[in-house]
Design a binder for this molecule. Structure first.
Ligand SMILES: Nc1ncnc2c1ncn2[C@@H]1O[C@H](COP(=O)(O)OP(=O)(O)OP(=O)(O)O)[C@@H](O)[C@H]1O
Length: 225
């Protein structure tokens, strides 16, 4: 068993920071929610049991940013980002100028417009992460699962990314679960904190006090079950 004692109901839309020691189960939780891992009990997404859900991404329910989203073929950044529009066009048709305009705007929002014509595989890890976020923003899903989206980013871009994905929840009505080890940027956000290192993890409203409490947990050695 990789995660246990998780009983919660998340009222969407909301921003949720999922924290916990290495190995506490953040990625595992996301893999359960994306239907990649079996589970005991009940896990529902927008009221539908996950194990019975087929093609949650194609239905616009879910969008997932894994921790390491690498590619082994050359593709221009703009072409990768425009693919976020896949639900809005048929399999064989080309993307329209309007789709590319949305891709360019998404790239501009993450500060990566200048890389639009570059080969994605030649970008730095942090640049690649920001390009993935641009693509995700075009997917227009109801729930976003972001596994450490700020992992490779510098201080400036970490703050930008938290602001961007928090905005998806507060102004676009999305539910965003964002796993992170970066507690410094959380106190200024609104939403919830879920600390998987606790024996009975609970959703707590984000505040200076709850972030500080989580920090105290994470500064201690993890309790191994
Ligand atoms: N495929 C697997 N088979 C067996 N154990 C696994 C598997 N994947 C993960 N684990 C274990 O499950 C536990 C939770 O791992 P998980 O990747 O969910 O942690 P995490 O909180 O995302 O960690 P990190 O902060 O290091 O990314 C770890 O002890 C890990 O070793």
């Amino acid at each position: 068993m990789l995660v246990r004692n998780l009983f919660l109901c998340l009222p969407g839309p909301a921003f949720v920071a999922v924290v916990g020691h290495n190995g506490s189960g953040k990625t595992t939780l996301f893999r359960v929610l994306t239907g990649q891992l079996p589970y005991q009990g009940s896990v529902q997404l927008m009221g539908r049991e996950v194990r019975g859900l087929r093609r949650a991404a194609a239905a616009g329910l879910l969008s997932y940013l894994p921790q390491r989203g690498s590619l082994d073929f050359a593709i221009a950044v703009r072409e990768l980002v425009v693919m976020g529009r896949y639900r809005h066009h048929s399999l064989l048709s080309a993307y329209a100028p309007a789709d590319y305009a949305l891709a360019d705007a998404a790239l501009a929002r993450v500060g990566m417009a200048h890389l639009a014509l570059r080969n994605f595989t030649q970008l730095s890890g942090g640049e690649q992460q920001l390009v993935w976020l641009a693509q995700l923003s075009l997917q227009d899903a109801q729930v976003y699962l972001l596994d450490e989206p700020t992992q490779q980013l510098d201080v400036y871009y970490r703050r930008q990314v938290f602001s961007l994905v928090h905005d998806w929840a507060t102004t676009q009505g999305k539910t965003v679960l964002c796993s992170t080890h970066d507690l410094d940027n959380l106190p200024e956000l609104t939403g919830y904190l879920l600390n998987l290192s606790e024996p009975m993890p609970q959703l707590r409203p984000i505040s200076a006090a709850t972030v500080q409490e989580a920090r105290r947990w994470l500064e201690q050695a993890p309790v191994l079950y």
